[in-house]
Design a protein around this ligand. Structure first.
Ligand code: B12
Length: 307
């Protein structure tokens, strides 16, 4: 990796541009189709378009007939533009990436009970593959799904789950996190459904009691935040990304006295009070049941003395 370090040292992060062959050459490979037959004119048109995109030293590597009336191009060019990498700020999910074993161990030692996670593809959306990739045992891209975690109680509800049904079940099952998959984005239906879910959660008073996570190919973290969710995950998400976030967020809330911990604390206090009450009632009952015997004994003593 020493070589990588040396290369990194020569990168001008204030003027970042693509790397092709030599540092800072700006070389990019482009592929596109023009709706004309391949010809010298078509080649020139491709070059002119690539020039307009901001490229120099343009080389047409391939011009092929893709179908009648269509030409496919593969073109190389050097991009003139740069970006200042040091000025880029991105709103992203803040969570340390952890392995399944690490996450299970954290839950076992720091939470002490399984976290309940419900996942569903909501509304009219019937695409199950995304939520399956996150939830199902076999997982995605070599990363086991949440069902495989020993300390997660992960339940995949499938597709076309109505927001109301999801929330009702979440309340009934005392879910710690709700995972929502949105794939169809036509007419912005994904965002409308997401906002609707959060509005209903607010009404039901569970907004801050659970961790709300959205995912899908067009979902981004800032967009999910805008819709009222706690986090959003997009293309290429792995189950361990989600588990890492959920466990860290749960612990964060627990540390700051968030609802999840308040809930368990309140439950513990109630349980202790109930235990005390039961003990004191038992003690009174025992006292009462002993009382007549004690009176009888005293009477017998008196009688013996008189005799
Ligand atoms: C397979 C498929 C179908 C299958 C779905 C089968 C099934 N059981 O899921 C069938 C044939 C049923 C189908 C139907 C339709 N489809 Co379709 N479908 C696809 C296709 C080809 C692949 C989707 C897929 O499986 N991706 C693979 C998974 C693994 O990727 P992913 O969903 O992005 O998931 C990853 C991340 O996004 C993220 N993620 C996803 N969900 C979640 C959730 C959480 C909580 C987290 C943390 C992360 C996360 O993690 C995953 C892993 O990294 C896409 C095109 C494409 N190539 O993407 C079109 C596509 C999604 N379909 C599309 C459309 C339009 C439809 C139909 C409306 C078509 C029609 N007119 O009938 C219907 C919709 C029916 C309905 N009611 O929803 C469009 C959507 C356009 C849009 N943006 O709105 C697409 C993009 C095709 C296109 N280019 O037009 N489809």
């Amino acid at each position: 990796m020493a070589g990588t370090k040396n290369v990194a040292a020569t990168v001008d992060l204030k003027k970042l541009r693509p790397y092709g062959d030599i540092m800072d050459d700006g070389t990019v490979q482009l592929a596109f189709t023009l709706p004309v037959e391949p010809s010298p004119e078509a080649r020139e048109a491709a070059i002119m378009l690539v020039q307009k995109m901001g490229f120099d030293q343009i080389k047409v590597a391939t011009m092929e007939k893709a179908a009648d009336g269509f030409a496919l191009f593969v073109v190389y060019g050097n991009l003139r533009h740069t970006v200042d990498f040091t000025q880029i700020k991105v709103i992203k999910v803040e969570a340390k990436k952890r392995s399944r074993d690490e996450i299970d161990e954290i839950i076992r030692t720091q939470i002490g009970r399984k976290l309940i996670i419900l996942g569903a593809c909501t509304g009219y959306d019937a695409h199950t593959v995304g939520i399956d990739a996150i939830m199902n045992m076999k997982g995605f891209a070599g990363d086991y799904g949440l069902e495989r975690y020993q300390w997660l109680d992960a339940r995949n509800l499938g597709a076309q789950v109505l927001n109301d049904d999801l929330l009702k079940l979440a309340i009934k099952e005392k879910a710690d996190a709700i995972l929502v998959s949105k794939v169809v984005t036509q007419h912005n239906i994904h965002q409308r459904d997401m906002k609707d879910l959060m509005a209903r959660a607010e009404k039901l008073g569970i907004r801050d009691k659970m961790i709300f996570v959205a995912g899908g190919p067009r979902v981004t973290h800032p967009m999910a935040l805008e819709c009222g969710f706690d986090a959003g995950f997009g293309v290429g998400t792995k189950p361990s990304d989600v588990a890492s976030y959920v466990v860290e967020e749960f612990l964060r809330r627990q540390a700051s006295g968030g609802d999840s911990s308040k809930e368990s604390k309140r439950e513990k206090v109630i349980a202790k009070k109930a235990e005390k009450l039961v003990k004191s009632i038992k003690a009174k009952v025992i006292k009462k049941s002993k009382a007549p015997k004690a009176k009888k004994k005293a009477k017998l003593k008196k009688l013996k003395k008189v005799k």
